[in-house]
Design a protein around this ligand. Structure first.
Ligand SMILES: NC(=O)c1ccc[n+]([C@@H]2O[C@H](COP(=O)([O-])OP(=O)(O)OC[C@H]3O[C@@H](n4cnc5c(N)ncnc54)[C@H](OP(=O)(O)O)[C@@H]3O)[C@@H](O)[C@H]2O)c1
Length: 307
């Protein structure tokens, strides 16, 4: 199953029992990729940002299945000032921060290695060579197996990868950005600080670099494709959205699938790994069903043409 499970509410709004039930069902269905960070969900009053990693660590310890999980976590966006609910005091991406932060993640996740370690947000106060050098050291120490850049401009990803190639360092082979079937309005701004939308340039770049994979977040727009209680985010407020939603509903109807499943299938058919955040097993079942949705060339072309 080629989607990653988002884990932001695990251990907080989703209690441990329900977290375990979701993770068990995901694993049973063949899911392996888990996405977390060393700060989820620090912005919720009363939380530290340890909660999601700790919940995953408890589950891994209880099930003894670390070798069957592909674990992704991130560094850089944890508030340095405890209790800060914003990114104003974000720890950043210095070598000193990374070297210390990885130990915290390993301890909370109850593991001795991370499959993909991400720089969570951009930090232009630190030379990119310092961040990459620190990641490379962790790779040599066996603490991380690969690295990724989350919320980074395409030109910065390219610069980083060039630098890694020149110095023989571990390169970024993953990028993470906000991406779904709807396309954002040009020049739009997201209300969530630190988040970055996948641009046409990033999508083109990833398609052209065989060793790179895009992990897309907010793929279901918090449920807005299907839920009356969730508005389509303002970033997608333009005439092309009406056309895309119409085609999405047509295709879903023809295939007997849900719009959410078609969105996930469309992303996976493009080589993208969708990260799907769920808070119930029913939501997870819907995402699992996306693996059975086959979009042939004609359907993909129809979906792509709507803009
Ligand atoms: N790199 C980054 O900066 C970054 C940023 C954001 C997220 N992420 C990652 O991406 C993951 C997902 O992101 P996200 O939570 O922002 O976006 P999302 O996956 O679009 O939204 C998740 C929410 O959508 C609702 N939902 C999910 N499946 C549904 C279904 N089948 N039917 C109806 N509603 C459904 C649920 O809301 P309710 O719980 O309210 O029911 C769920 O909590 C996160 O857990 C995290 O791992 C990364």
């Amino acid at each position: 199953m080629n989607f990653a499970l988002g884990t932001i509410p695990f251990g907080t709004t989703v209690n441990e029992k329900d977290t375990f039930a979701i993770l068990d069902r995901f694993a049973e269905a063949g899911g392996t990729m888990l996405d977390t960070a060393n700060n989820y969900p620090f912005w919720v009053p009363g939380c530290t940002g340890d909660e999601s990693e700790r919940a995953i660590g408890s589950w891994l310890a209880a099930r003894g299945n670390r070798d069957r999980v592909f674990l992704s976590t991130k560094v850089g966006a944890r508030p340095a000032v405890p209790g800060d609910l914003t990114l104003d005091s974000a720890e950043g991406l210095s070598a000193a921060v990374i070297t210390k932060a990885v130990e915290g993640s390993l301890e909370r996740l109850r593991t001795d290695y991370i499959d993909v370690y991400w720089s969570h947000i951009e930090d232009r106060s630190v030379p990119v060579a310092e961040t990459l050098g620190a990641f490379d050291d962790l790779h040599h120490q066996g603490k991380i197996r690969s690295s990724g850049a989350s919320n980074l401009a395409t030109w910065r990803v390219e610069r980083a990868r060039n630098l890694s190639a020149a110095r023989g360092w571990l390169p970024y082979t993953y990028v993470q950005a906000r991406h779904t079937y709807l396309r954002p309005r040009p020049l739009t701004r997201l209300p969530e600080s630190g988040h970055r939308l996948a641009t046409d340039e990033l999508l083109d770049y990833v398609r052209d670099e065989p060793d790179m994979t895009l992990w897309a977040y907010n793929t279901l727009m918090f449920g807005a494709y299907t839920r009356a209680d969730r508005a389509i985010p303002d970033a997608y407020d333009h005439p092309g959205t009406t056309r895309r939603l119409a085609v999405l509903r047509e295709v879903a109807g023809e295939l007997g699938a849900t719009p959410n499943q078609v969105v996930l299938a469309w992303l996976m058919a493009d080589g993208v790994v969708p990260i799907v955040g769920v808070s119930t097993t029913a939501q997870l079942e819907e995402a699992i069903g996306a693996a059975d949705v086959r979009l042939d060339e004609e359907l993909r072309a129809r979906m792509d043409a709507a803009c």
